[in-house]
Ligand binder design. Structure first.
Ligand SMILES: [Zn+2]
Length: 85
């Protein structure tokens, strides 16, 4: 039971809103719409606590930047410009 297992995870765009069982911890949860962690090569969503345990933080960051980066860039550039002027 306490045997360590390595999980290969990937972040994919989720558009299904329904409760599922996390394949790692067996807890029921509702995945979010948008970037969501899955077992790599499947569409089995992984809950947030397990995602945080098994995935590198930079992968989240990369996905968030890809998702919102352009908008954020526009906003930050805009505020930077107005501060400077
Ligand atoms: Zn879990």
């Amino acid at each position: 039971m306490s045997k360590k297992k390595e999980y290969k995870l990937s972040i994919q765009e989720n558009n299904l809103l329904k409760a599922v069982i996390c394949p790692i911890c067996g807890e029921e949860f509702e995945p979010v719409i948008g970037p969501q962690v899955f077992i790599a090569g499947t569409w089995d969503p992984v809950c947030i606590p397990c995602s945080n345990k098994h995935i590198e933080p930079y992968m989240w960051l990369a996905q968030l930047v890809a998702h919102h980066g352009f908008k954020m860039l526009m906003i930050s550039q805009g505020s930077f410009e107005s501060k400077k002027a």
